[in-house]
Structure formats: structure tokens, C-alpha cells
Design a binder for this molecule. Structure first.
Ligand code: FE
Ligand code: FE
Ligand code: ZN
Length: 300
């Protein structure tokens, strides 16, 4: 199974990301090239990138399965303020250039939020923006992420993603997010039915990444709040089934579950759950004392 989590990209850049991934027992990972909420970015350091690649080679991490995530503030759907829309386009181009410099094959992108536009108008805005991005050639491919449909988010229906893929001038793939799909109304407990629908509307070969998250909310609530694996409404069995699915065996699985505190609700000191969640999924065995196990380990 190719599985990892989102990791940070700080002073050591990609090298730091690889080290963090290895500390979780992961064999892949996802990173942001800076804080996901802003667009402050440092130059890619070639030396750190080389060291990162060496460390990946030594540990059998296949760089073609490593993914980057574009910052949330990119919104290609809203053209109300043309300067901001253009900024999103230019920033997305820069992200793709940074991915090319790092040798990363995939960049996950939220399609965008319509804000004041109708869904139809918003989709046209996204297409126009993407086609502007595609005037330049990149090795890195964009993966459109399936969204929960929170607020005015586009991309919560497979048909919308299919429409975007059909009308853009370069090949893109899809990143499916189990929490988002659940919140959008798709039943993750009937995953084979979902895959059949995906195959019909988009095509299974388009799935290049799976975000594996449980959900704090019931199906169709359009909330987008991730829960730890087995501690949400989707449940461990369904999520493990997805991770072990034969049709997705070459696709990287990425956890974006919340850090945990001293209790499930504590927010003061937070610990990453990934090492334990990866272990549970690899072993296909739910740990009903996940929180306790994470805390005893970190307290040492
Ligand atoms: Fe995302
Ligand atoms: Fe996601
Ligand atoms: Zn989410």
C-alpha cells in the first residue's frame, strides 16, 4: 500500500518533508510549498532537493507518487475582482514551476468557490483560468480535488469535475477525498458502487491520489470537517476497504486527519496521529485506543 500523510515543508524544504514522512512509517507524502493559507514562498533550494531525493531513494519512496497541494487562497472560480483572479492564476503557475523544480508530478487543487456566481458561470471561470495556466507547459499535472460542497464550493459532484476535465486544454487528474465525498452525499460504505459511478462519469484511470479522512458529519451535510480514521461517520472498515482496494493499489493514499490533544477536544498541545493511523490501515486492524497510544508514545 502506498500511504502517507500531509507533512510540513519548512526550513529544510522537501528534505524536512521526507524526514517527517519517514518518522510516520510512510512510503509517500503530501506537502504544501509554504503555509496553505498564504502565498509567501521561498526559493526552491536545489541542494536540499537533491538531499531529499537521495533520502527518498534510500527509503524506497517513489517520487512519482509524492503530491503537492496548492494553497487554499487560490480561487479560480471568482472573477469579481479581476486582479485577485489573475493573482490566483499567476500563483498557480508559480506553484507548478516550483513542482517542476522539485521533480513532483502532481499538484492537488481545489476547483474554487463560486461566491457571487452561479455554478455554471463559476465552472466557466475555472475553465478560462486553467486554460490560461495551460498556455505554459508543465511536467507537473494538476489533480482536481472532489469537494464537500461547503458554501459555494464547486466540484462536489463528479459531473462538475468531468465538465472541467473535458473543457481544459491539458491533461488533469482527480484527487478523491473520502471526507469530502461523504459530506457531498456519496456513500463511502458502498465504495464499489461509487467506483462504478466514477468509472462511468470520469474514468478510473483519472484517480491519481486518495485523501483518506473520516468525517465528523453525516453524509450530505456539506461541512468538510475531517475526523481521525475510525472515529467518524464513515468508519474504519470502509476506509480500510478503500485503502486496500485492488483498483486503487498504485494510487497514493494521503491522510489529512486532525492532530490530537490530551483528550479528543483538547487544543493546547497537539500531536500528529499519522504513524498510528498508517499502522492501523496497513494492518487492517482498528485500534480502539488510538488516542491513548499516540499520547503514551509522545509523552516519552
Ligand atoms: Fe484539499
Ligand atoms: Fe483533501
Ligand atoms: Zn477537507
Amino acid at each position: 500500500m502506498i500511504i502517507g500523510s500531509h507533512v510540513s515543508f519548512s526550513s529544510e524544504q522537501l528534505l524536512g518533508s521526507v524526514k517527517e514522512a519517514l518518522s510516520y512509517g510512510a512510503n509517500t507524502f503530501m506537502f504544501y510549498t509554504g503555509a496553505p493559507q498564504n502565498t509567501l514562498r521561498k526559493e526552491i533550494d536545489a541542494d536540499l532537493t537533491t538531499q531529499a531525493k537521495d533520502l527518498m531513494n534510500e527509503n524506497n519512496i517513489d517520487i512519482t507518487k509524492v503530491v503537492c497541494h496548492a494553497p487554499y487562497i487560490i480561487n479560480l472560480a471568482n472573477k469579481q475582482d479581476l486582479n485577485r483572479w489573475q493573482f490566483s492564476i499567476d500563483f498557480l503557475k508559480q506553484e507548478l514551476r516550483r513542482c517542476d523544480a522539485l521533480g513532483i508530478s502532481y499538484l492537488v487543487l481545489h476547483p474554487g468557490s463560486a461566491v457571487v456566481y452561479t455554478k455554471e458561470e463559476a465552472l466557466e471561470n475555472i475553465i478560462e483560468a486553467l486554460n490560461q495556466v495551460f498556455e505554459e507547459n508543465f511536467n507537473c499535472q494538476i489533480l482536481l480535488e472532489t469537494m464537500a460542497g461547503k458554501g459555494t464550493e464547486c466540484g462536489s459532484y463528479l459531473e462538475e469535475i468531468a465538465y472541467l476535465l473535458e473543457h481544459t486544454h491539458q491533461n488533469m487528474g482527480v484527487c478523491i477525498d473520502t471526507c469530502h465525498l461523504n459530506d457531498a452525499g456519496y456513500d463511502m460504505r458502498k465504495f464499489d458502487e461509487f467506483l462504478d459511478e466514477f468509472a462511468e462519469v470520469i474514468g478510473l484511470e483519472k484517480i491519481k491520489c486518495v485523501h483518506v479522512n473520516d468525517s465528523k458529519n453525516e453524509r450530505s451535510t456539506h461541512k468538510d470537517r475531517h475526523a481521525n480514521i475510525g472515529y467518524g461517520t464513515i468508519g474504519f472498515e470502509a476506509l480500510s476497504y478503500i485503502c486496500h482496494h485492488d483498483k486503487l493499489k498504485d494510487v497514493p493514499k494521503i491522510l489529512e486527519t486532525p492532530y490530537v490533544g490530551m483528550t479528543w477536544t483538547d487544543k493546547k498541545r497537539l500531536y500528529p496521529p499519522y504513524k498510528y493511523e498508517i499502522k492501523m490501515l496497513n494492518e487492517n486492524t482498528f485500534d480502539p485506543q488510538l488516542l491513548e497510544h499516540i499520547l503514551t508514545d509522545y509523552k516519552r
